[in-house]
Design a protein around this ligand. Sequence first.
Ligand code: SF4
Ligand code: F3S
Ligand code: FES
Length: 250
Amino acid sequence: MEVTFRIRRYNPEEPGKNKPYWQEFTLKDVKETDRVLELLHRVKWEQDGTLGFRRSCSHGICGSDAMRINGRNALACKLLIRSCGPKVQVEPILGLPVLKDLIVDMEPFFAHYRSVMPFFVNNDPVPADGRERLQDAEEQQIINDTTNCILCACCTTSCPSFWANGEYVGPAAMVQAHRFIFDTRDQASQERIAVLAEPDGVWRCRTIFNCTPACPRGIEVTRAIGEVKLAIMRGTREGIINPKDIKVHG
Ligand code: SF4
Ligand code: F3S
Ligand code: FES
Protein backbone atom coordinates (compact mmCIF):
# COMPACT_ATOMS: atom_id res chain seq x y z
CA MET A 1 0.00 0.00 0.00
CA GLU A 2 0.95 3.66 -0.35
CA VAL A 3 1.02 5.83 2.75
CA THR A 4 1.28 9.60 3.01
CA PHE A 5 2.88 11.04 6.10
CA ARG A 6 2.04 14.61 7.09
CA ILE A 7 4.69 15.63 9.58
CA ARG A 8 4.96 18.73 11.73
CA ARG A 9 8.40 20.22 11.10
CA TYR A 10 10.32 22.86 13.00
CA ASN A 11 14.00 23.77 13.00
CA PRO A 12 14.92 26.88 14.97
CA GLU A 13 18.42 26.91 13.39
CA GLU A 14 17.40 26.76 9.73
CA PRO A 15 16.75 30.12 8.03
CA GLY A 16 13.20 30.32 6.72
CA LYS A 17 12.14 27.17 8.59
CA ASN A 18 12.17 28.47 12.14
CA LYS A 19 8.38 28.48 12.36
CA PRO A 20 6.39 25.23 12.54
CA TYR A 21 5.08 23.97 9.21
CA TRP A 22 3.65 20.76 7.74
CA GLN A 23 5.49 18.62 5.21
CA GLU A 24 4.19 15.57 3.32
CA PHE A 25 6.11 12.43 2.37
CA THR A 26 4.73 9.54 0.34
CA LEU A 27 5.99 6.01 0.88
CA LYS A 28 5.30 3.06 -1.43
CA ASP A 29 5.40 -0.69 -0.70
CA VAL A 30 4.24 -0.25 2.87
CA LYS A 31 2.99 -3.37 4.63
CA GLU A 32 0.02 -3.26 7.01
CA THR A 33 2.25 -4.68 9.72
CA ASP A 34 4.88 -1.96 9.40
CA ARG A 35 5.14 0.18 12.48
CA VAL A 36 5.02 3.97 12.35
CA LEU A 37 8.60 4.13 13.65
CA GLU A 38 9.91 1.97 10.81
CA LEU A 39 8.22 4.28 8.30
CA LEU A 40 9.62 7.40 9.94
CA HIS A 41 13.01 5.75 9.52
CA ARG A 42 12.24 5.24 5.83
CA VAL A 43 11.32 8.93 5.49
CA LYS A 44 14.56 9.89 7.19
CA TRP A 45 16.81 7.46 5.34
CA GLU A 46 15.20 7.65 1.89
CA GLN A 47 13.83 11.18 1.62
CA ASP A 48 14.95 13.70 4.23
CA GLY A 49 17.84 13.00 6.57
CA THR A 50 17.14 16.17 8.52
CA LEU A 51 13.92 14.81 10.06
CA GLY A 52 14.36 14.78 13.84
CA PHE A 53 12.71 12.29 16.22
CA ARG A 54 13.76 10.31 19.29
CA ARG A 55 13.83 6.55 19.47
CA SER A 56 15.99 3.88 21.03
CA CYS A 57 14.68 0.39 21.79
CA SER A 58 12.01 0.00 19.04
CA HIS A 59 10.16 -2.37 21.35
CA GLY A 60 7.95 -0.25 23.63
CA ILE A 61 10.37 -0.32 26.55
CA CYS A 62 12.46 2.87 26.60
CA GLY A 63 9.56 5.33 26.21
CA SER A 64 11.51 7.71 24.00
CA ASP A 65 9.32 7.84 20.86
CA ALA A 66 6.04 9.25 22.18
CA MET A 67 4.35 11.27 19.42
CA ARG A 68 0.91 12.55 18.55
CA ILE A 69 -0.19 10.28 15.71
CA ASN A 70 -3.50 11.03 13.99
CA GLY A 71 -4.46 13.15 16.98
CA ARG A 72 -3.66 10.62 19.70
CA ASN A 73 -0.53 10.06 21.75
CA ALA A 74 1.26 6.79 21.08
CA LEU A 75 4.67 5.18 20.90
CA ALA A 76 5.62 5.14 17.22
CA CYS A 77 7.33 1.77 17.66
CA LYS A 78 4.15 0.10 18.92
CA LEU A 79 1.64 1.48 16.44
CA LEU A 80 1.01 -0.61 13.31
CA ILE A 81 0.19 1.24 10.12
CA ARG A 82 -3.02 -0.79 9.70
CA SER A 83 -4.35 1.10 12.78
CA CYS A 84 -3.58 4.44 11.11
CA GLY A 85 -4.78 4.11 7.51
CA PRO A 86 -3.13 5.50 4.38
CA LYS A 87 -2.84 9.05 5.74
CA VAL A 88 -0.81 9.51 8.90
CA GLN A 89 -0.39 12.83 10.64
CA VAL A 90 2.53 13.00 13.07
CA GLU A 91 3.31 15.87 15.40
CA PRO A 92 5.19 16.37 18.67
CA ILE A 93 3.46 15.61 21.95
CA LEU A 94 1.69 18.70 23.30
CA GLY A 95 2.47 20.88 26.30
CA LEU A 96 6.29 20.69 26.18
CA PRO A 97 8.61 23.04 24.23
CA VAL A 98 9.52 21.73 20.77
CA LEU A 99 13.27 21.61 20.14
CA LYS A 100 13.25 20.29 16.57
CA ASP A 101 10.59 18.53 14.48
CA LEU A 102 9.17 15.73 16.71
CA ILE A 103 11.68 16.24 19.53
CA VAL A 104 10.44 18.03 22.65
CA ASP A 105 12.26 19.27 25.73
CA MET A 106 11.46 16.64 28.37
CA GLU A 107 13.04 18.59 31.23
CA PRO A 108 9.76 20.13 32.55
CA PHE A 109 8.28 16.63 32.55
CA PHE A 110 11.23 15.17 34.47
CA ALA A 111 11.21 18.11 36.91
CA HIS A 112 7.66 17.10 37.91
CA TYR A 113 8.80 13.49 38.12
CA ARG A 114 11.66 14.41 40.47
CA SER A 115 9.33 16.53 42.65
CA VAL A 116 7.47 13.46 43.96
CA MET A 117 10.62 11.72 45.25
CA PRO A 118 10.51 8.79 42.83
CA PHE A 119 12.85 6.60 44.82
CA PHE A 120 12.64 4.14 47.68
CA VAL A 121 13.09 5.56 51.20
CA ASN A 122 13.64 3.27 54.15
CA ASN A 123 15.91 4.23 57.02
CA ASP A 124 15.61 0.96 58.95
CA PRO A 125 18.76 -1.12 59.28
CA VAL A 126 19.45 -3.48 56.40
CA PRO A 127 17.86 -6.91 57.13
CA ALA A 128 20.19 -9.11 59.17
CA ASP A 129 20.61 -11.62 56.35
CA GLY A 130 21.72 -8.77 54.06
CA ARG A 131 19.04 -9.64 51.52
CA GLU A 132 16.22 -7.58 50.04
CA ARG A 133 13.35 -6.06 52.03
CA LEU A 134 10.46 -8.41 51.45
CA GLN A 135 6.79 -7.82 50.60
CA ASP A 136 4.01 -10.37 50.46
CA ALA A 137 2.12 -10.92 47.20
CA GLU A 138 -0.91 -8.92 48.34
CA GLU A 139 1.22 -5.90 49.18
CA GLN A 140 3.01 -6.12 45.84
CA GLN A 141 -0.29 -6.27 43.99
CA ILE A 142 -1.20 -2.78 45.28
CA ILE A 143 1.65 -1.24 43.27
CA ASN A 144 2.02 -3.82 40.51
CA ASP A 145 0.25 -1.70 37.86
CA THR A 146 2.13 1.53 38.53
CA THR A 147 5.54 -0.17 38.52
CA ASN A 148 5.03 -0.66 34.77
CA CYS A 149 5.50 3.02 33.91
CA ILE A 150 8.26 3.74 31.37
CA LEU A 151 8.09 7.56 31.67
CA CYS A 152 7.10 8.07 28.05
CA ALA A 153 4.95 11.15 28.88
CA CYS A 154 2.03 10.00 26.69
CA CYS A 155 -0.33 10.51 29.65
CA THR A 156 0.84 13.91 30.86
CA THR A 157 0.98 15.39 27.36
CA SER A 158 -2.55 14.22 26.57
CA CYS A 159 -3.99 15.93 29.66
CA PRO A 160 -5.88 19.21 29.04
CA SER A 161 -5.17 20.32 32.62
CA PHE A 162 -1.44 20.05 31.85
CA TRP A 163 -1.84 21.86 28.52
CA ALA A 164 -3.56 24.71 30.40
CA ASN A 165 -1.01 24.84 33.22
CA GLY A 166 2.46 23.38 32.85
CA GLU A 167 3.00 23.76 36.59
CA TYR A 168 0.51 20.93 37.18
CA VAL A 169 2.55 17.91 38.27
CA GLY A 170 0.69 15.71 35.77
CA PRO A 171 -0.45 12.09 35.68
CA ALA A 172 2.95 10.46 35.05
CA ALA A 173 4.42 11.97 38.22
CA MET A 174 1.36 10.81 40.14
CA VAL A 175 1.72 7.28 38.78
CA GLN A 176 5.30 7.33 40.05
CA ALA A 177 4.20 8.77 43.39
CA HIS A 178 1.56 6.06 43.66
CA ARG A 179 4.19 3.39 43.11
CA PHE A 180 6.08 4.58 46.23
CA ILE A 181 3.24 5.93 48.42
CA PHE A 182 1.60 2.51 48.40
CA ASP A 183 4.82 0.53 48.76
CA THR A 184 4.52 -0.98 52.24
CA ARG A 185 8.32 -0.91 52.65
CA ASP A 186 8.66 2.82 51.95
CA GLN A 187 8.76 5.47 54.68
CA ALA A 188 8.32 8.74 52.75
CA SER A 189 4.63 8.63 51.87
CA GLN A 190 3.88 11.72 53.94
CA GLU A 191 6.49 13.81 52.10
CA ARG A 192 5.14 12.79 48.71
CA ILE A 193 1.58 13.41 49.79
CA ALA A 194 2.56 16.87 51.02
CA VAL A 195 3.91 17.68 47.53
CA LEU A 196 0.80 16.39 45.81
CA ALA A 197 -1.56 18.21 48.17
CA GLU A 198 -0.15 21.54 46.94
CA PRO A 199 -2.28 23.64 44.52
CA ASP A 200 -0.44 22.32 41.44
CA GLY A 201 -0.65 18.75 42.68
CA VAL A 202 -3.32 16.11 42.48
CA TRP A 203 -6.34 18.45 42.66
CA ARG A 204 -5.53 19.93 39.24
CA CYS A 205 -6.70 16.56 37.89
CA ARG A 206 -10.30 17.05 36.77
CA THR A 207 -10.77 13.37 35.95
CA ILE A 208 -10.79 14.13 32.21
CA PHE A 209 -9.54 10.58 31.60
CA ASN A 210 -7.42 11.27 28.47
CA CYS A 211 -4.40 9.86 30.28
CA THR A 212 -5.61 6.29 30.71
CA PRO A 213 -6.25 5.38 27.05
CA ALA A 214 -3.02 7.21 26.12
CA CYS A 215 -0.84 4.92 28.23
CA PRO A 216 1.01 2.40 26.02
CA ARG A 217 1.59 0.19 29.06
CA GLY A 218 -2.11 -0.11 29.84
CA ILE A 219 -1.70 1.42 33.29
CA GLU A 220 -4.94 2.49 34.94
CA VAL A 221 -3.65 6.02 35.32
CA THR A 222 -6.88 7.74 36.40
CA ARG A 223 -7.51 5.02 38.95
CA ALA A 224 -4.02 5.48 40.41
CA ILE A 225 -4.63 9.23 40.65
CA GLY A 226 -7.93 8.54 42.42
CA GLU A 227 -6.10 6.39 44.96
CA VAL A 228 -3.58 9.17 45.58
CA LYS A 229 -6.47 11.62 46.10
CA LEU A 230 -7.96 9.22 48.62
CA ALA A 231 -4.62 8.91 50.40
CA ILE A 232 -4.40 12.68 50.66
CA MET A 233 -7.91 12.97 52.06
CA ARG A 234 -7.34 10.26 54.61
CA GLY A 235 -3.84 11.47 55.41
CA THR A 236 -5.07 14.99 56.00
CA ARG A 237 -7.87 13.81 58.23
CA GLU A 238 -6.03 11.15 60.19
CA GLY A 239 -2.47 12.38 60.01
CA ILE A 240 -1.23 8.90 59.19
CA ILE A 241 -0.87 6.87 56.02
CA ASN A 242 -1.23 3.16 56.09
CA PRO A 243 -1.04 1.81 52.53
CA LYS A 244 -3.03 -1.28 53.42
CA ASP A 245 -5.90 0.84 54.77
CA ILE A 246 -5.99 2.93 51.60
CA LYS A 247 -5.92 0.02 49.19
CA VAL A 248 -8.88 0.12 46.81
CA HIS A 249 -7.71 -2.48 44.27
CA GLY A 250 -9.99 -5.52 44.29
FE1 SF4 B 1 3.85 6.59 29.84
FE2 SF4 B 1 1.85 5.24 31.01
FE3 SF4 B 1 3.97 6.03 32.45
FE4 SF4 B 1 2.22 7.83 31.59
S1 SF4 B 1 1.81 6.16 33.06
S2 SF4 B 1 4.45 8.02 31.49
S3 SF4 B 1 1.64 6.98 29.62
S4 SF4 B 1 3.97 4.56 30.76
FE1 F3S C 1 -5.68 14.84 33.15
FE2 F3S C 1 -5.96 12.26 33.39
FE3 F3S C 1 -6.77 13.85 35.32
S1 F3S C 1 -6.29 13.45 31.54
S2 F3S C 1 -7.36 15.69 34.29
S3 F3S C 1 -4.68 13.58 34.65
S4 F3S C 1 -7.76 11.98 34.65
FE1 FES D 1 11.69 2.64 22.81
FE2 FES D 1 9.57 3.11 21.24
S1 FES D 1 11.70 3.30 20.74
S2 FES D 1 9.60 2.71 23.37
